[in-house]
Design a protein. Structure first.
Length: 350
């Protein structure tokens, strides 16, 4: 089925496979800070408020440049900001639509507490408020894809704003992002829909996971990727999925696999980077060996040789390809998320 272009085209109304194939183009997109003036106040802590795909960029940034940020950095995926947010806080609020209610409330709270605020959005109420109140903001390019596929330009936006507020030196980081453009384009060509299954790693992963509930495990470096794979399976494949990270996994969930029949309806994936702590790499191997006969054997996804950034970008695109192929095997349209739209409509009536 996955090698039948007609089937792929018919079941993919929003052409998500084509969108996946050009995600690398976002790596060199220009972003502009509007209302750039700010008072150069001290930034003691950073909070990023965003939901779903809009929260992926900071997750990746922390895995990639967390050490360079040198400040507490918390990601909030709810309505309420931490109680410590105040005048020395830098609060990012992000939403592709610009109308996400949780993020709009976070913006209001940040302004009430006198925090320094920056906005990343595609338009909507967030951009309107940024313009009215003179808030520094970046308007995302009008790329017509689901928010979960705008991660790379959001990452460029976040790095740009971190530099704008003096948290990091942005230009070398933006140059590093841009330098991966050709590499990622070439790496992902083997996952295109025209490539047959016997030569297509993404299609092979999809066949491994279809009909099962996948669980994705990462380490300190790849925990953001594990979260990305979960999101992609949820939204593209319309499939329940879970994620966790090592070493925390070994202190609780590890034991959870040790009872009940081994023939469990799960597919286990380990996302492994050679940049991980040596002890975490050992834990992946030992955990799978000790759980032999008690859970499905983990399919190990070894990230390619390269920098942490290259590995994170590679893993993001592969996640979309593989999960879209699962959606097609599930006979669902990978693009639309009608239940999310319906939920927002129902909340709007309350």
């Amino acid at each position: 089925m996955l090698d039948d272009i007609n089937v792929l085209t018919q079941r993919d109304s929003e052409k998500t496979l084509d969108s996946s194939a050009i995600q690398y183009e976002q790596l060199t997109m220009d972003v502009e800070v509007r209302n750039p003036a700010h008072d150069k106040r001290t930034v003691s802590n950073i909070v990023f408020a965003g939901m779903g795909g809009s929260a992926l960029a900071p997750e990746l940034a922390l895995s990639w440049i967390g050490d360079a940020i040198k400040r507490p950095f918390e990601i909030v995926k709810s309505y309420q900001l931490p109680s410590y947010v105040g005048q020395e806080s830098l609060v990012f609020v992000s939403s592709c639509s610009g109308n996400t209610e949780e993020v709009l409330e976070a913006l209001g709270t940040a302004r009430e507490r006198g925090a320094q605020v920056a906005v990343i959005a595609g338009g909507g109420k967030l951009v309107e408020q940024a313009e009215v109140h003179g808030i520094s903001h970046i308007v995302l390019p009008p790329v017509k894809v689901q928010p979960r596929m705008l991660t790379f330009v959001q990452l460029r936006s976040l790095v740009t704003l971190l530099g704008h507020f003096g948290v990091v030196e942005a230009q070398p980081l933006l140059d590093e992002i841009a330098s991966t453009h050709d590499w990622l384009r070439d790496q992902s060509q083997g996952w295109h829909k025209e490539v047959p299954t016997d030569k297509n790693y993404a299609k092979q992963l999809a066949l491994t996971a279809v009909g099962k509930t996948p669980i994705f495990y990462g380490g300190q470096v790849t925990k953001a990727l594990a979260y990305k794979w979960k999101i992609s399976w949820n939204e593209n494949a319309k499939n329940v999925a879970f994620c966790n990270q090592l070493p925390e996994f070994n202190h609780n969930e590890f034991i959870g696999w040790s009872s009940h029949p081994v023939d469990k309806p799960f597919a286990v994936f380990d996302l492994v980077s050679q940049h991980e702590h040596d002890r975490i790499l050992k834990r992946f191997d030992i955990s799978d060996r000790l759980l032999s006969g008690q859970r499905p054997k983990a399919a190990r996804i070894d990230l390619p040789e390269g920098s942490v950034l290259q590995q994170l970008l590679w893993g993001n695109v592969l996640a979309d390809y593989a999960s879209i192929y699962v959606g097609i095997l599930n006979n669902v349209d990978p693009g639309p998320v009608p239940l999310v739209t319906k939920l927002k409509d129902e909340l709007g009536k309350v």
